[in-house]
Design a protein around this ligand. Structure first.
Ligand code: ATP
Ligand code: MG
Length: 221
């Protein structure tokens, strides 16, 4: 297989990143290497449209993503949702990416299994594949148990050969197994709010930022 980096392919992972953790970072890096795309963008959402919860402000979540990727050239932070005046609907984000990248560039959107199974609740979800491919990654605690709509959606679009993603702009779903890391931002927020250390679940730079900003009920020690 050729080692040439697929520079025309845009791969990204969206999320609340409240805060970003090693589950996100390891996922993005493994997909970078698997698709050989050079870089994967991590894109924090401005407003969590699919849920409501207390946490860090948009700017703080972006700052944590920036701190997390600073020393890794294979990852970058993408601020377009945070900077947009519109709410963070994925379909709008994909439209803006498509307008920028043109009709031909493959766009790969990485989703954890939990996010993939929640797709039917997303705005204009049936249109997402007109704009991008979906790379579904395994996540400990989540098995693929689709409802009828998702089962039909997967059957219609699933491929098993990643070359199919790299040679078409959009339209396919592929599943990929990762090093399992049972880490969630919820777990980290809980640890911090209870006065426990979340160290080694996320980069030290992010943990330092949480302490400096006193996020998630963190008390200065
Ligand atoms: P929260 O507990 O607040 O929901 P989270 O850890 O689920 O946070 P999100 O920002 O909600 O993080 O997730 C962003 C994306 O990252 C989603 O597609 C999610 O499925 C994926 N993801 C999060 N944690 C992991 C993990 N440990 N392994 C694989 N994928 C993950
Ligand atoms: Mg989540």
């Amino acid at each position: 297989m050729s080692n040439t980096i697929n520079t025309s392919v845009y791969a990204f992972m969206g999320g609340t990143f409240d805060p970003i953790h090693n589950g996100h970072l390891r996922t993005a890096l493994e997909i970078r290497d698997w698709l050989n795309v050079g870089q994967v963008a991590l894109m924090p959402s401005k407003v969590p449209v699919h849920r409501q919860q207390p946490g860090a402000e948009s700017g703080q979540r972006l700052a944590m993503v920036e701190a997390a990727v600073a020393a890794e050239p294979g990852l970058c932070a993408e601020a377009r949702e945070i900077l947009s005046e519109k709410p963070s609907y994925t379909v709008l984000t994909l439209e803006s990416l498509r307008a920028e990248l043109g009709d031909k560039a493959p766009i790969c959107m990485i989703l954890g299994m939990d996010a993939y199974l929640s797709l039917p609740g997303w705005d204009r979800w049936q249109e997402l594949l007109k704009l991008a491919h979906i790379v579904v990654v395994t996540r400990p605690g989540w098995v693929y148990q689709p409802d009828k709509a998702m089962q039909a959606f997967t059957r219609a679009h699933e491929v098993t050969d990643k070359q199919r993603l790299l040679t078409a702009p959009a339209g396919q779903v592929i599943f990929h197994e990762l090093t399992p890391l049972a880490i969630s931002a919820t777990q980290i927020r809980t640890l911090v709010s209870q006065g426990n250390s979340p160290r080694y679940l996320l980069p030290d730079s992010v943990w330092q930022y949480i302490q400096q900003q006193q996020l998630y009920g963190c008390k200065l020690i």
